[in-house]
Write a protein that binds this ligand. Sequence first.
Ligand code: F0G
Length: 377
Amino acid sequence: MIVSSSSPPSAPLGSPAGPGPAGTPRGLRHPGILARYGRLLPLTAGTPPLTLGEGDTPLVRAPALERRTGLGQLWLKCEGGNPTGSFKDRGMVLAVAKAAEEGARAVVCASTGNTSAAAAAYAARSGLTALVLIPDGYVALGKLAQAFAYGAHVLSIQGNFDDALRLVRELDAHGGVTVVNSINHYRLQGQQSAAWEICDELGAAPDILAIPVGNAGNVSAYWMGFRRYQDEGLIPALPRMYGFQAEGAAAIVRDTVIAEPATRATAIRIGNPASRHLAVAARDESGGLIEAVTDEEIAEAYELLAREEGIFAEPASAASVAGLLRLARAGRLPEGATAVCVLTGHGLKDPAFAVERAPAAPIVAPTLDAILAAADL
Ligand code: F0G
């Protein structure tokens, strides 16, 4: 590979060969968000060129779900392809790079698991300490494993995510740490990059962007991203934003605070979303909707994704597919429309969900006869 240190004079936005922080070779296939979209992000000469190769995640067409929903095109944005297995890496790379630039020594976040994994990874990479506050008993095993493996200081709070976020705000006021929850505005700025990638790849925004909603940062970031691309003259039209919450944690849908949110999709088990006002604005400005899906609908969508499309996403991610299926059944999806469904995290984040739902594998003798008898081929 020939590596040149000079940037092309007018590289298209989103081009992997576009200008990036110093030291990023041109032509690198996964240069990361800061290198790929630096022109649209608040970088300075002092921002470290932090990357774990985040972004550039697969956009995969979903023919079985197209048949089930009657959509003209349905694409899955597979955010499990990020370095720590969720979309959180997009905002975390910027938040941690800016924290390092500003001389921080420690970052802190409250998390249902994915934010803490991302914070821990990017902090480790940057030589910063990560303190993560998680709701005791409600963080999926894969996410917990990541926080420990990346060397974070993990505190299991006797309370839910909303309690943990309240404590993080108190720590922020107390001083000495940089908060990297999505109340840190760099997080949402970095997360816009997923919307930009979709537009770069499809050549336009989709008609519908379907997405799970928890703390409501991601739906807000996508909307910011699409609007930014329109302002830049890069897309002619904006999508409708379709957000989906879990029935037992549908604080925005019910326009209330839920003291005891309940859903098996632990990533979105949140009763008082921090970015609820931005999410409501995204819904209303786009002519979209935010609705609830049941845990049963989430489980059904989770299985369809894996068994009919070959894509393993965590339960919260399946809420976006569950929402589209529900709307399709009610005849509320515009026929022939193009939709992109955001699958926010990898299925391996929550292995217990898959295992709990499966029959135990039969134990068989190590002989061909035993296999043939048991396999029922
Ligand atoms: N999907 C997954 C897999 C998530 O981890 C989250 C949020 C969401 C969807 C919802 O995104 O909060 O921006 O509306 N997880 C946060 C965390 C709360 O701590 O990892 P949101």
